[in-house]
Ligand binder design. Structure first.
Ligand code: AMP
Length: 116
């Protein structure tokens, strides 16, 4: 299911252009338009889920598969030797600005902790 008002549904559907990294029936991955690190990829399910907390047991396989697919992208992007970070923001205080779940894959430099 897609949401006609959702920018990430439109990106996954090809209505809005993006720089693709990976695509299959379940997932789409693309480069962040405003990268926070030398490598900054977003992986999204094609299915529209607004917040991670909207996910339920019916999404168990989808979420597991998304992480495993992200691992493959991290390998493909050459991030695994030095290390990298996954980020999934939720809600206003979590810094979520697009309300379609997306896992940030960030790497290519040493990343500070804790986040701001
Ligand atoms: P978040 O703040 O966790 O919701 O992350 C949303 C991310 O989407 C931000 O890092 C934005 O830079 C990125 N973003 C927003 N619009 C686009 C776009 N059209 N193409 C690629 N990345 C985008």
């Amino acid at each position: 299911m897609t949401d006609s008002d959702c920018i990430f549904c439109k990106i996954a559907g090809g209505e809005i252009p993006s720089d693709p990294v990976y695509s299959d029936e379940q997932f789409y991955a693309f480069r962040d338009i405003n990268p926070g690190a030398p490598t900054h990829v977003l992986i999204i399910p094609r299915k529209h889920i607004a917040h991670i907390t909207d996910a339920g047991p019916e999404h168990r396989d989808l979420l597991g598969d998304m992480l495993l697919r992200a691992n493959e992208i991290a390998v493909q992007e050459g991030l695994t030797e030095k290390g990298f970070r996954y980020v999934l923001n939720c809600g206003e205080w979590g810094g979520q600005s697009v309300f379609h779940i997306h896992l940030h894959i960030l790497g290519g430099r040493a990343l500070a902790w804790p986040p701001g």
